[in-house]
Design a protein around this ligand. Sequence first.
Ligand SMILES: CC(C)(COP(=O)(O)OP(=O)(O)OC[C@H]1O[C@@H](n2cnc3c(N)ncnc32)[C@H](O)[C@@H]1OP(=O)(O)O)[C@@H](O)C(=O)NCCC(=O)NCCS
Length: 455
Amino acid sequence: MNQKSPNKIIEDLGDGLIMRSAAREDADALAEFCSQVFMHEESGTEAWWIAEWIRDLTSKPHPTLNIDDVIIVEDVEKGRYASTTTYLSQTWTYDGIEFQVGHPEIVGTHRDYRNRGLVRKQFDLMHRWASERGHDVQVVLGIPSYYRQFGYEYALPAETNLHAPITSFPRWGNEKRNFRLRETTIDDVPFITRVLNASNDRSMVSPVFREDEVKYLTFDRHERSAVCHKTAILCKSDGDNFGDPIGVLMYAMTIAIDLGVMLRVEMTEPRYWREAVPALLKEFVELAEKATKDANDPDREIKTVRQDMQPDHPIYLFDEDALGNPPDRQYAWYVRVPDIPRFLSKITPVLERRIANSIHAAFTGSLKIQLERKGVILKFEKGKIVEIENTPSMHWEEANARFPANTFLPVLFGMRSIDEALDAHPDAKAAPKSDRHLLETMFPKRSSDLSLTLT
Ligand SMILES: CC(C)(COP(=O)(O)OP(=O)(O)OC[C@H]1O[C@@H](n2cnc3c(N)ncnc32)[C@H](O)[C@@H]1OP(=O)(O)O)[C@@H](O)C(=O)NCCC(=O)NCCS
């Protein structure tokens, strides 16, 4: 490996190991390292898709990642990398209120160095950065049961990962092509940004899209990166010509595994879900056929289409069942909120809006919520939250509501209703009925689409 000598040491971990920030010169060696660490164990295939992803992140500027926030643990005695993580800094929205997010990604330790606490060290560092930088929330889309030990809990829905055979899609016949997909150009970036941000209304939580981020998502990733996708613009059409743009499709054709992917579909106006979804699906079939033809390999053909959209996405009202049925279960994002009272203060306008539209609009009083052993007391005057008090301890009998460990997080982020949290955890509580209803009002269950989180 052609490694750069360490120049930005963060901590000496002993045993010849140092933790340091990466430099641009690390890009190729880090790509090689990740291709080994994330190797597909069963087939022995090196993870070239992660290699290209980390090379993108480290070799050139990225809208939400500073090169100093790519962490490397290096064995300086042996001259090799031991472990790595990147920490992306993003802005997301909670029902219209922006908040700052820290997002660890590409977390990996070489087999020779596992179970020695190297990832724990990197998470300690990232959590320090989070508090120094005022990041309200950290999120990880990661392997099962690993991140709870670092203070995370599953609290936001991941992609549905629903699969359908492409043979169930409708196909163009002789009818006029009233909507057509065209390729994206750089001039489309403001349009795509606008459409994505407008679609955030459908989500409790979502990333805020900025034009430089959308440009990066659309044009700046290596085509073999694990997170690379294409974007097409759905336009009105008279059959041959492209008219006004009315929607966007984010998709990928992974011909090596015969898989098409629909990551995201959005329309400029709700009417187009009914009018344009059938045409969109027919156009997708043609994209898949083109990918198959371009592969020029008799063994390869796009056969299945994975979808990342949430089950309540409007496309599922107008697909005539072409896309299949929603899955029974769905994976989730791990979320950490180091200071819940501070986060509640930030989203107070949203909570007050929910209260104002409810039976509790004139409520004056307080609500005591026990989170593990600590407590939060919300004080209300005529439906307004006038104080959020953080108490270092609260007795369980004193609380109106009780959420053990981090079980409040899925409620806070709309993934689980109060009822579901109470059913799942016998030691949780929300009583009396009036307070339980107030909690349900403030924290309704609602879906979130995080499918285009910028990494
Ligand atoms: C998962 C992985 C990142 C862990 O790295 P690591 O450096 O061994 O992690 P740490 O030693 O810091 O882990 C902290 C603790 O979790 C334990 N642990 C390690 N792997 C674990 C796993 N898969 N599940 C649960 N606990 C695990 C460790 O033993 C350690 O326990 P301790 O604090 O009681 O000693 C590493 O095994 C890896 O790179 N795997 C392949 C790539 C991958 O799956 N990455 C994660 C993508 S989200």
